[in-house]
Ligand binder design. Structure first.
Ligand code: NAP
Ligand code: GDD
Length: 337
């Protein structure tokens, strides 16, 4: 029987990869999208454009995590087997500028969705996009499922609420609800203002003679960077288990922003030190200095393992941005893999 999934945040990096992943598994996929003044389905358009993809099984619905009644109506109408809550104001730096909005979407939005599920009586399996940012000022190295949280931003504080409300609905209402505690994951579809994509996009523009400088903040921060298409597989695996649980998804490697610069620029034959300048606007009031995840539980229980490692990830993103810029200059619209 065809299974039905609802993805909030389907227009984002992870949402678009998850939609493809579930369509390939013959799911009927529904996505929540926001009304915007410009098109915001760029990461999904290739699904509709490709005659070989099952586009008649992808359905988009207007809504917003701030709109509880719309969420309840949608859950009742679709009656999904699985709900993936990926929607969020996902930028940590921006959360310091918009803390209240971030709390409304990233924290209260989750309980709105869980209440919509509870009130309608539909019993889907539920995935919450939790984050390694919750570990913040880390209390243990590497971080695992039992490591205490110490959030360092309005974004992380909101995600801690969503983590615990997901656990609470599991324990209170016997909902099959899971938290994926995902460490940073990137791809050619990564938003342009996150540091990896900002760098690889700049490499492409500098190489083409279209940009002179790249302005960045803290180059010493270390992150555990993985490849987004592999991480959506882990999300799905969590919802296929006999019992619900919470899982760290990571690579167990950590690298600094400076190391990412070195790999990305040198891949294009450039010396990053000639182009990068520091700009305090990109510093955060409180920083997360070091993240590195222990994914042993995901490996043991989900059979999940990361494949794409740091240097390969940086290089594939540079290649994709060079390719994308070339297509734009040749006037060809194209969606990144
Ligand atoms: P992303 O590219 O920023 O996508 C966020 C999605 O949320 C977009 O589809 C966005 O819609 C949607 N959204 C934002 N506000 C909304 C609202 N009020 N109502 C409905 N939809 C809204 O993020 P991502 O990298 O794919 O990450 C997916 C999720 O995983 C997020 O919850 C993020 O916090 C979390 N996470 C990400 C990482 C990572 O490294 N990528 C790691 C851990 C956790 P628009 O397209 O209209 O803006
Ligand atoms: N964005 C950005 N822009 N970050 C910069 C810059 C810059 O110009 N310069 C240095 N950085 C540093 C940040 O201070 C941070 O330490 C690191 O680069 C990574 O920043 P981001 O790429 O913005 O990601 P993030 O780690 O803050 O958050 C991402 O990962 C989380 C998981 O740990 C986001 O995807 C979150 O949504 C996600 O939860």
């Amino acid at each position: 029987m065809t299974r039905t999934a609802l993805i909030t945040g389907i227009t984002g990096q992870d949402g678009s990869y998850l939609a493809e992943f579930l369509l390939a598994k013959n799911y009927e996929v529904h996505g929540l999208i926001r009304r915007a003044s410009t098109f915001n389905t760029g990461r999904l358009d290739h699904i509709y454009a490709d005659p070989h993809t099952p586009r008649n099984r992808l359905h988009l619905h207007y809504g917003d995590l701030s709109d509880a009644s719309a969420l309840a109506r949608l859950i009742a109408k679709i009656a999904p087997d699985e709900v993936y809550n990926l929607a969020a104001q996902s930028h940590v730096r921006v959360s310091f500028d918009c803390p209240e909005f971030t709390a409304d979407i990233d924290a209260t939005g989750t309980v709105r969705l869980l209440e919509a599920i509870r009130e309608t009586g539909v019993r889907p399996r539920f995935y919450q996009a939790s984050s390694s940012e919750m570990f913040g000022k880390v209390q243990e190295v590497p971080q695992k499922e039992t490591t205490p949280f110490y959030p360092r931003s309005p974004y992380a504080a909101a995600k801690v609420y969503s983590y615990w409300i997901t656990v609470n609905y599991r324990e209170s209402y016997d909902l099959f609800a899971c938290n994926g505690i995902l460490f940073n994951h990137e791809s050619p579809r990564r938003g342009e203002t996150f540091v990896t994509r900002k760098i690889t996009r700049a490499v492409a523009h500098i190489k083409a003679g279209l940009q002179d400088k790249l302005y960045l903040g803290n180059l010493d921060a270390k992150r555990d960077w993985g490849y987004a298409p592999e991480y959506v597989d882990a999300m799905w695996r969590m919802l296929q288990q006999d019992q619900p649980g919470d899982y760290v998804v990571a690579t167990n490697e950590t690298h600094s922003v400076r190391e990412f610069l070195e790999v990305a620029f040198s891949h294009a034959g450039l010396d990053w030190q000639k182009y990068v300048e520091l700009d305090p606007r990109y510093q955060r009031p409180a920083e997360v200095d070091l993240l590195i995840g222990d994914y042993s539980k995901a490996r043991a229980q989900l059979g999940w393992e990361p494949t794409t490692r740091f240097a390969e990830l940086a290089r594939l993103m540079v290649d994709a941005d060079i390719d994308l810029l070339r297509s734009h200059r040749e006037g060809k619209a194209r969606v990144t893999a």
